[in-house]
Design a protein around this ligand. Structure first.
Ligand code: URA
Length: 483
């Protein structure tokens, strides 16, 4: 058995020299005992058990092993030396060993590397500098920090702190060594430090900062503990606040909710204005489309007007022979005050022009005249109107039909079909056919253009577009039969 004793403070060269000697001499992993100096109970190392350093075997390793070993060697588990040696040994016969994620040695090494990298990340997040030297003659201020890493990461992270805090003198002391910067030179030592007393008024500053950014409504205790594990708390001034903040969080959220309820939502002002408006005396419809449009501008038949920008009434000639009915205005229609000007409208226009239908000849409207949506961040996400909303808005649609007297009404989508027939017929059962309506009117049923925009599969989308195209060609033929 060969016994190798190492300092083992994250120094890969030390392990590499010993491992290379053993491997070249053909010593298999099971014949080597790796000992870390501090962890050894025996004070003296029996020299006759020293590893042979001469041998003839050639050793090569892939660069990815070096990269992995540089991390693993920083781990504090004394088993890391033996693990790396086993990997080194096995790599000589299996060059692709590190690609085998399920291999026990490989997976253990990767776990160790991950733990080291996490520890290094925590060091960048949780080092708290305290000023220990006010501005010196050279104009530089001095700071010190105490941190307790799990692994030997100080040397690895020191260059990060040098870059980040180049304009001040600092020392980071840890039980696993220290790093110091004086503006000229970065000094790293693996000598363990003793914890200094560094409490000062900046602790209070950290606490104030933490309390102000702590949002009880967003509290997720598990996620917080993963982000700021308890073992780091003792050196974080703000951590003393955490138990109290967590305990009070629920009450704070309830309180916030209570207070929020008294703050009016943005649309309340419009609602209140509308309510305060003296209801106009019932206007006798003067019988023109313009009068109807004006009346619809003030529509409060359902709640949708509270959130929408404006009523989007139908548009087109008052004597149009064909009326198209969609569902409800979308985001862009709501802003423009005109139907079918957004993405669905663009597709609609394109198919109309490809099939020879002139948009100017049509009266185009919606089953519902106000945009219904759900705010999500800065976006307004379209929501289908419910049956009640469609029924209330039908009042306008019926008046539009009454005034325009179209020969053909084209229902685009299920909402329009329901608004026009009051029945829940399946659109797919009657699509592309004509259905008689009152007063010798015809109803033609097709899909809504926005349905085509939502189809994710490109082949299906092309198929459905062709069908919509065919529907519009049929509408064009019907239109020609009118003249
Ligand atoms: N969808 C509709 O039904 N109408 C519009 O105006 C726009 C999209």
């Amino acid at each position: 058995m060969h016994r190798v004793m190492l300092e083992g403070r994250g120094d890969l060269a030390e392990w590499r020299d010993a491992a290379r000697g053993l491997a070249m001499a053909g010593v298999p992993p099971e014949e080597v005992e790796w000992v870390e100096k501090g962890a050894d109970k025996q004070l003296f190392w029996e020299h006759d058990a020293a590893p042979p350093l001469a041998g003839s075997r050639q050793m090569t390793v892939p660069p990815v092993f070096i990269e992995l070993a540089e991390s693993v060697i920083c781990h504090s588990d004394p088993a890391r030396f033996g693990l790396l040696y086993r990997l080194l040994w096995r790599l000589q016969v299996d060059r692709r060993l590190l690609d085998v994620a399920s291999d026990e040695d490989v997976s253990l090494a990767r776990l160790m590397a991950k733990s080291v990298s996490r520890d290094a990340h925590k060091m960048t997040a949780f080092v708290r500098f305290k000023e220990i030297k006010a501005e010196a003659e050279n104009g530089r201020r001095g700071f010190a920090a105490w941190f307790e890493p799990d692994h030997h990461i100080v040397a690895r992270k020191a260059p990060f702190f040098q870059r980040r805090f180049a304009d001040m003198d600092w020392i980071i002391a840890t039980p696993k060594g220290s790093a110091a910067w004086d503006g000229q030179k970065l000094t790293v030592s693996t000598e363990p430090c003793i914890k200094p007393d560094l409490a000062d008024e900046t602790d209070e500053l950290w606490r104030t900062y933490y309390a102000s950014i702590f949002n009880p409504a967003r509290l997720k205790v598990k996620a917080m503990q993963a982000e700021m594990p308890k073992k780091y708390w003792k050196n974080l001034p703000e951590a003393s606040l955490i138990p109290g903040l967590v305990a009070d969080a629920e009450a704070k959220v309830l309180d916030m909710a209570k207070r929020q309820a008294t703050e009016p939502l943005p649309f309340h002002q419009r609602l209140q204005e509308a309510v305060a408006r003296v209801p106009a005396a019932p206007q006798s419809l003067s019988g023109t489309l313009e009068a109807l449009r004006e009346e619809a501008r003030h529509c409060m038949r359902c709640e949708l007007y509270c959130h929408a920008t404006q009523t989007v009434f139908g548009e087109g000639p008052a004597d149009a022979q064909v009326m198209f009915v969609g569902e409800q205005p979308g985001d862009q229609e709501d802003l423009a005050g005109r139907p079918f000007v957004g993405p669905a409208g663009k597709l609609f226009d394109q198919v109309l022009s490809e099939t020879g239908i002139e948009r100017q000849a049509l009266y185009i409207t919606g089953a519902v005249k106000h945009f219904k949506y759900e705010p999500r961040g800065k976006r307004r996400i379209h929501q289908r109107p419910n049956l009640g909303e469609v029924k209330r808005c039908r009042w306008w649609l019926n008046l539009e039909i009454e005034l325009i007297k179209p020969k053909l009404v084209v229902a685009m989508g299920a909402t329009a079909l329901f608004a026009l027939t009051d029945s829940k017929m399946r659109l797919s059962d009657i699509r592309g056919s004509t259905i008689p309506l009152a007063e010798d009117r015809m109803l033609f049923v097709t899909v809504h253009p926005s349905y085509l925009l939502r189809i994710p599969d490109e082949d299906r989308k092309a198929e459905e577009l062709t069908r919509f195209h065919a529907d519009m060609t049929a509408v064009h033929q019907l239109m020609q039969s009118f003249s």
